[in-house]
Design a protein around this ligand. Sequence first.
Ligand SMILES: *Cc1c(COP(=O)(O)O)cnc(C)c1O
Length: 374
Amino acid sequence: MKEKVLVTRSSMPQLEEYIEEISDIWETHWLTNMGSKHKKLQEELREYLGIENIELLTNGHMALELSMQAMNLKGEVITTPFTFASTTHAIVRNGLTPVFCDINPIDFTIDTSKIEALITDKTCAIIPVHVYGNICNVEEIERIAKKYGLKVIYDAAHTFGVRYKNNCIGSYGDASCFSFHATKVFNTIEGGAVCYKDLDFGKALYRLKNFGIKDQETVDGVGANAKMNEFCAAMGLCNLKHIDEEINKRKQVVERYRSHLLGVEGIQLNPIQKDVTPNYSYFPIIINEKVFGSTRNEVFERLASEGIVARKYFYPLTNTFDCFHGQFDSSLTPIALHISKRVLTLPLYADLNLECVDNICKIILSMKNNKILD
Ligand SMILES: *Cc1c(COP(=O)(O)O)cnc(C)c1O
């Protein structure tokens, strides 16, 4: 049987490289609690990304959850439902009310022309998502946030290494939350980080990731435990050495996909955004079944029958989750609803071979005008 092709495959350094990186842990016996690997990774990320302040955490979800807590947000936040469960859950777990704004149909990020109509006297923040590595309209979001005195926390889980006008994408907003999960462009096995501007926020975040402990005799916040351990930080140090090469390999894969699928009627591709240095994190396609002739689900099933695992990412919308039954109305975010029913994220990782991409595209293209030909 042919080997299955999964939607992603985690980047890993050579085993010897990782062993070398962790070997001194056997001398120090320092496994976690902001040890030398943690400090070194923080320093190297600051340099690689070209940003001032970064805090490391156990994962991207805790980055979001604790950032909201550190800002002491109360009331409503404006966000989008076209995202991973984490964004909405972090909001709700902070006792905040998500107010869902629709997305734009071009890059799938928040439609900034619809934000202002959703602002009430309870609104405290905007929590937009940089989707698939596409960046939000950061300038317009900044203008709105300033005008109404709102905080901005970006879910930047998809955008490690992305730059806008040559600035790290993490330098926009009050905070930007990255995920270093195994499936992301840069991984620390599990991990995450927050880039931020305000140093008091940084201190609050640091305490919250360590139980709210200020010093040995003072606990001034109801914190969590979200410290990145030394083994994860070591994985990050190794992976960071190869990140440019990894992103470049992803670029080759993306270009191969585009060479087959660009201009195919009924298939919409991710846009190439102006002034953005991309990270090639995902390859979503939007299948307009009326034009293409097959539905997203039919393409998904057909690929699966050939051992190719694509993902309906993001489907369903977070505002339709069972856990929120009856609380939100997804018809108020019609574009997000439309896209989520038609999106398919194709396999993409650094070592995906190009013949495999050719094969995936061949299968997809064989389904064009399926109904008419049959
Ligand atoms: C991966 C992801 C997260 C959560 O990150 P973890 O590190 O897995 O906790 C949050 N938001 C989005 C959009 C993600 O893709």
